[in-house]
Write a protein that binds this ligand. Sequence first.
Ligand SMILES: C[S@@+](CC[C@H](N)C(=O)[O-])C[C@H]1O[C@@H](n2cnc3c(N)ncnc32)[C@H](O)[C@@H]1O
Length: 312
Amino acid sequence: MKKNDPSASLRVTPEGYHTSVLLHECIEGLAIKPEGVYVDVTFGGGGHSAAILEKLGKKGKLFAFDQDEDALKNAPDDKRFTLIHANFRAMKRFLRMHNALGVDGILADLGVSSWQFDTAERGFSYRFDGPLDMRMNRFAEKTAATVLNTYSAEALQKMFGEYGEVRNSKTLARAIVDLRANQPFETIADLKVVAEQHRMGETHKYLAQVFQAIRIEVNDELGALKEFLLQSTEVLNEGGRLVVLTFHSLEDRLVKNYIKHGNFEDEPAKDFFGNIKLSLKANNKKPITASEQELKQNSRSRSAKLRIAEKI
Ligand SMILES: C[S@@+](CC[C@H](N)C(=O)[O-])C[C@H]1O[C@@H](n2cnc3c(N)ncnc32)[C@H](O)[C@@H]1O
């Protein structure tokens, strides 16, 4: 893959499943050793995985994770590759099972794939009508409908406020609780009616915030990310790379703080003697974002922020 070659940075995976974001930058960030062991915890359409495999030699290994069974069909037939159908919050346990503790690089490209987002029945997008689902893992019990029909007004308010930064989260939560007393929420259209009625500001932005909040809750995205980050420093070899691509500020803040402070707070944790012990060193102070060219080719790269760190 040549640097600055546009075709190298745009990889559309099988049947247009997903266009990999910041592909070249992620691969460069992993600093791949041909005989190393790598983990792609968000396999999706397999674009990043394919690029990692291209850099690996015969003895190199790649383990990938995805909790969505739809992604499994994209698995390459390659002896160096193992796809694990599981949540990445269990990364360490599965790597141990595969005798693969001590890895040289881990990549996470967070959020949903274009396939998930653009498939109406998955219920992720307000552009379609469909069931209120939003589960990445369709074996999980909690759907968007469960959240809207069973959470208390206080819990809904907290979710919309914290995960969607919805300004009138209390009003929206109350309206949902009042409406569901007559008729439970079943479809995207049901949710859109109430959200549009109570929207503040631009409709699309408001819907995006509301949908983002519910999606984060349904999939416990921030909980999974925290567990994954804590395990990443336990399974990386010294000098190994952690490469994380985020798509909203809540995720980016967790990644940034974890790299900088070894926890999820704004300050480093100190031991009894006041010493700070860090496991990661940031490669870039500011996150890497998509180039003008990539933005033109793939609008979904718009909010991407890439952080790279090295295990010390
Ligand atoms: C943005 S896509 C990744 C696209 C991929 N890098 C590519 O180039 O095609 C994110 C994928 O990660 C999966 N995913 C998200 N969170 C996950 C988690 N906690 N555990 C396992 N898979 C997850 C989603 O199901 C989705 O398929």
